[in-house]
Design a protein around this ligand. Structure first.
Ligand code: BG6
Length: 471
């Protein structure tokens, strides 16, 4: 079961979910800072104002990560700390903060893996149309360049975007993320195209600097499987994968959009405005994209909708991954199945789906380098006699690491695994009740940190390079 020495054992976080200090040292407000103040948007009205105070406690947190033996830490930069207005003047304090975080990682030999955009858009840009406004593309590329120039001497792994399908899907279809728009497929597809363009232009800018690191992007990876092998449900799975996988990976890896999806968008009038220079950048950047990051939590089980049924009104509860919803185009719906296991939040637990999904990606895209940039269990961890006994998380990560190893042995090119999350953090919509970390944060006692059972377990996994994982 041993993983090779060049495989990263890591863990991840995102700025909004851990940092807090949303208006400190010159940071500008973001779309999320505003969105969470709308009543009912988040569980118990939680906000990222303090989060887990990583902004002030990063030294303590990184020290704990080092003690756990973490080889790489994936974290995101908050754009609004670097450019409080989204464009214009750089905030030196923002540069200083991330320099400190990077240097702190390097002090312990932890490789920083940096995400440039994990959903927190500077508020002035959101007010001007956010990802629907083509100016946001240029603003992102300028911001990305500043990050490459200031951090690229020490950061050799950049992720441009985290999970386009989630922030665009929740932003323009479910209305559960900013800007909170519901059921607008034309806007949704336009936003995704603008993001792919921003990614491509950032890749070109990065390569022009010749920093000799790697750059890619991370997607949520929820492969669709048919509920049975009937023709109609098999079609539903193909359709779901075209929209959920190919629409997201083809422009990045092949430099073009999947014909199947394009055909349907043209037919129903939801095809985005795609300018020639944008398509040219997407084409040019594809062979330069070094890797893809996969955030795998669960697969989806789908069935073709054959009879009209009443769709659920999208809400915070039903828009965050639990099955039960029809696809935006009404072709299929996701289904909860009796023979599958689910988390308390209704997410399927399926290491088998992970192996099959990775194989599917290899079939689509060949040898592309992959990192598992997120995988983990959201749970309410039991505390027994003062100890956080997160045994279900240990089992979950064990089984998913075994799945990764199986995929590697079958020839899939996976180079690292980042558990979500390094430390307990703020779930965007589910507050602090849903925990993911190896490090517990006590919200009743001054945010004191405490090592969970999984902390010691992961330490051992890293130490032995996975030798003791069990099948
Ligand atoms: C991923 C995001 O989609 O899922 C993370 O990249 C997020 O930021 C994680 O926290 C888990 O989602 P949730 O809704 O359980 O917090």
């Amino acid at each position: 079961m041993k993983f090779s020495n060049d495989f990263f054992f890591g863990a991840a976080t995102a700025a909004y979910q851990v940092e807090g200090a949303i208006q400190e040292d010159g940071k500008g407000l973001t779309n999320w800072d505003e969105f969470v103040t709308i009543p009912g948007k988040t569980f118990e009205g939680t906000t990222g104002e303090i989060a887990v105070d990583h902004y002030h406690r990063y030294k303590e947190d990184i020290k704990l990560m080092a003690e756990m033996g973490l080889e790489s830490y994936r974290f995101s930069i908050s754009w609004a700390r670097i450019f409080p207005e989204g464009t214009g003047d750089i905030n030196p304090k923002g540069i200083e903060f991330y320099n400190n975080v990077i240097d702190e990682c390097l002090k312990y030999g932890i490789v920083p893996f940096v995400t440039l955009y994990h959903w927190d858009l500077p508020l002035p840009l959101e007010k001007e149309g956010g990802w629907l406004n083509k100016n946001t593309i240029d603003a992102f590329v300028s911001y990305a360049k500043v990050c490459f120039e200031h951090f690229g001497d020490r950061v050799k792994h950049f992720i441009t975007f985290n999970e386009t399908v989630i922030f665009c899907g929740h932003g323009y279809l479910a209305g559960a993320h900013p800007p909170g728009i519901k059921n607008d497929p034309a806007k949704y597809f336009q936003a995704t195209h603008n993001v792919f363009t921003a990614h491509a232009k950032a890749v070109l800018a990065y390569k022009a600097l010749k920093q000799y690191g790697e750059i890619g992007l991370s997607h949520v990876f929820s492969p669709a499987f048919a509920v049975d092998d009937s023709k109609e449900h098999t079609f539903a799975a193909m359709h779901a994968n075209q929209f959920g996988i190919n629409w997201y990976y083809d422009p990045v890896l092949k430099g073009e959009y999947p014909e199947y999806v394009m055909g349907l968008l043209l037919k129903n009038g939801t095809c985005p405005v795609m300018l020639d220079d944008e398509l040219a950048s997407i084409k040019q950047a594809a062979p330069l994209n070094d890797f893809i990051g996969l955030n795998y939590y669960q697969p989806i089980r789908v069935e073709k909708i054959t009879e009209p049924f009443e769709a659920l009104e999208p809400t915070r509860e039903n828009s965050t991954g639990a099955p039960g919803n029809p696809s935006f185009d009404g072709v299929y719906r996701t289904v909860k199945m009796n023979d599958k296991r689910y988390t308390k939040w209704g997410w399927e637990i399926s290491p088998e789906g992970f192996v099959d999904g990775l194989q599917l990606l290899k079939d689509y895209y060949g040898d592309i380098r992959m990192y598992i940039t997120e995988n983990g269990l959201g749970d309410e961890d039991p505390i027994i006699e003062g100890e956080v006994c997160d045994i279900p998380r240990i089992n979950f990560i064990n089984d998913h690491l075994v799945a990764v190893k199986k995929a590697i042995d079958a020839g899939v090119n996976v180079k690292g695994y980042y558990a979500w999350s390094a430390i307990d953090l703020l779930s965007w919509l589910n507050g602090y009740k849903k925990q993911y970390g190896f490090i517990y944060v006590d919200h009743n006692n001054d945010l004191v940190r405490k090592k969970k059972a999984s902390f010691h377990w992961y330490q051992e996994v890293i130490n032995t390079r996975g030798e003791n994982l069990h099948n």
